[in-house]
Design a protein around this ligand. Structure first.
Ligand code: HEM
Length: 155
């Protein structure tokens, strides 16, 4: 059982750092860098970027959540669901599903609209909205990451 736990933790952390780390890179490095280009070039770069990243991120988010649930269950969280540890685990599931839903229902449609936009003003407005969505998403990730650290110390 210990080896299953270790394997799940290994896979969970790998998926989790990919999901959170790529969101940090996208919103703090990639998109701000794209803003140095004129709107039409920006649109084309974002189209190429999204074709690759958009396909991957959904799978990585799903894997992180699934592996986090399994890691908890194999660790026996179902027996202590009302303890601080159990409640943190439940909160992590709810928050992670909310972040994934925000990506699917807000972020990704905004990227789709930006790619389809014909006019510069529209591209600029959607890009501004993406910057706001990025801040919201990263705030959620910071809380989720703090929950991971809390569980490590028994909360
Ligand atoms: C952005 C998403 C996530 C990241 C970056 C992440 C990262 C991590 C890291 C780094 C650890 C190891 C903590 C340590 O041992 O010091 C961990 C542990 C864990 N994670 Fe996550 N995680 C994420 C999402 C989730 C979700 C959605 C769940 C679902 C419940 C979850 C459940 C767990 C559990 C149960 C542990 C083991 C805690 C323990 O008993 O030590 N994680 N995670």
């Amino acid at each position: 059982m210990l080896w299953v736990l270790i394997a799940l933790q290994w896979l969970h952390i790998l998926a989790g750092i990919f999901w959170f780390g790529s969101a940090l890179t996208v919103h703090i490095i990639a998109f701000p860098a794209f803003r140095k280009f004129p709107p039409e070039t920006r649109r084309a770069i974002i189209e190429a970027f999204a074709a690759r990243y958009g396909r991957l991120v959904g799978a990585v988010a799903g894997l992180t959540i699934l592996l986090g649930i399994l890691r908890g269950l194999v660790g026996g969280v179902q027996n202590v669901l009302t303890s601080p540890y159990g409640l943190t685990w439940l909160a992590a599931i709810i928050l992670a599903v909310a972040i994934a839903a925000f990506e699917g229902a807000r972020l990704s449609p905004a990227v789709g609209k930006l790619i389809a936009a014909g006019e510069s003003e529209q591209i600029l407005a959607l890009d501004e909205r993406l910057a706001l969505y990025g801040k919201i998403e990263l705030s959620g990730f910071l809380v989720l990451f703090s929950l991971m650290i809390a569980m490590r110390f028994g909360y």
